[in-house]
Design a protein around this ligand. Structure first.
Ligand SMILES: Nc1ncnc2c1ncn2[C@@H]1O[C@H](COP(=O)(O)OP(=O)(O)OP(=O)(O)O)[C@@H](O)[C@H]1O
Length: 348
């Protein structure tokens, strides 16, 4: 609650309020340096907040040592012990405890974890004898045997190649469902955040920009930062002047809603690239010059100079366009056009 952290006079994060329900998968998402790891490390007990309180269940753990917080952490570098077998690596946390677990319990937990992770049959191997994805699973297994209240995962997939990352992503989602565990995940990869999470916490510059379900954030971004940050590419933002019920700028004229509670000249319009379509007519509401066309198979990602703005649009690959040519566009669904207050950046 109201958690903050400064390093000397560097303000790393402030005013962090996040509530996670048991069993939820929650992701901290944001650009490099926005304070995701600092937030996670404070929950883990690896960093001490300079203000605020951290509760796990109804227990205040703000000053509790990491080992006594009932959490397990999986890092980006999964640092397995090279001289120990996979079995010994997974069993390690149970043996390292002050109160060692009895051997039959260790064996049972290691084998259960290995079965869930598809590692049975290779438990006598050494880390150098398995693939990167398998090593990542061993690191997860090591967290699982502790049956913690909360799993904290800091970019655990970022060292894997693209294909393996996508595969591990679905395995992680499946594992979360089977364990019913509470997981807090850190990533700067929005497709990971979108596919895995019940809730996403979007952060920038040490603050929370918005908390919501992936769909909420995508369809109803609370502000211009979230609108631009989410989506590949992000939402197109157009600024202009209001003229008789429309927002008019270089190359476009789009109708404004009747009442939004903000002076019309202070509005920005946001349209996702997939909500723009080709309009070959004379009076297309958006007109520009094609800068680039990226062929993606069934559709193309087209970048269009509209006045001073660069607009991205996904158009069917059947629409013939080439760089330097003029093109007309329109929003495909007026209900999906968003409006923002240019001065505060907030959605209206
Ligand atoms: N030990 C430290 N001393 C001083 N400043 C720090 C320290 N650790 C982090 N910071 C600063 O705090 C801010 C947040 O850092 P943090 O590592 O939490 O960001 P992040 O979102 O996890 O970034 P990344 O994705 O690059 O890991 C950054 O501006 C960083 O430079």
């Amino acid at each position: 609650m109201n958690v903050g952290k400064s390093y000397g006079n560097v303000r790393a994060v402030s005013g962090i309020n996040i509530t996670i329900a048991p069993g939820q998968f929650v992701t901290l998402l944001g650009p490099s340096g926005c304070g995701k790891s600092t937030t996670l490390n404070m929950i883990a007990g690896l960093e001490m907040p300079t203000e605020g309180q951290i509760l796990i269940g109804d227990r205040d753990v703000t000053t509790v040592k990491p080992a006594d917080r009932d959490i397990a952490m999986v890092f980006q570098s999964y640092a397995l012990y090279p001289h120990l077998t996979l079995y010994e690596n997974i069993a390690f946390p149970m043996r390292a405890r002050r109160r060692r677990s009895p051997e039959p319990e260790v064996d049972n937990k290691v084998r259960t974890a290995a079965r869930m992770l598809g590692l049975d049959g290779m438990l006598s191997r050494y880390p150098r004898e398995i693939s990167g994805g398998q090593r990542q699973r061993v690191a997860l297994g090591r967290a699982m045997v502790r049956t913690p209240t909360v799993y904290l995962l800091d970019e655990p997939l970022s060292n894997l190649d693209q294909q393996l990352r996508v595969q591990m992503r679905s395995e992680l989602k499946d594992l979360h469902q089977r364990l019913g565990a509470t997981m807090l995940y850190v990533t700067h990869d929005q497709s990971e955040a979108m596919t895995l999470s019940d809730l996403i916490v979007v952060m920038s510059a040490g603050r929370i920009e918005q908390v919501g379900t992936p769909r909420d954030l995508y369809d109803r971004p609370a502000n211009l930062f979230v609108a631009r940050f989410l989506g590949e590419p992000g939402m197109n933002i157009l600024n202009g002047e209001s003229k008789s019920g429309s927002l008019v700028g270089k190359g476009f004229s789009l109708p404004l809603p009747a009442t939004v509670g903000v002076p019309a000249e202070q509005l920005s319009i946001g349209i996702r690239p997939e909500n723009i379509e080709h309009d070959p007519s004379e009076n297309a509401p958006i007109k520009g010059i094609v800068r680039t066309v990226e062929f993606l198979g069934s559709r193309s990602l087209v970048r269009i100079d509209v006045g001073d703005a660069l607009v991205s649009a996904f158009l069917p690959a059947t629409v013939q366009l080439s760089a330097g040519g003029a093109v007309g566009l329109r929003p495909s669904d007026p209900a999906k056009v968003r409006f923002f207050d240019t001065q505060t950046g907030l959605s209206v």
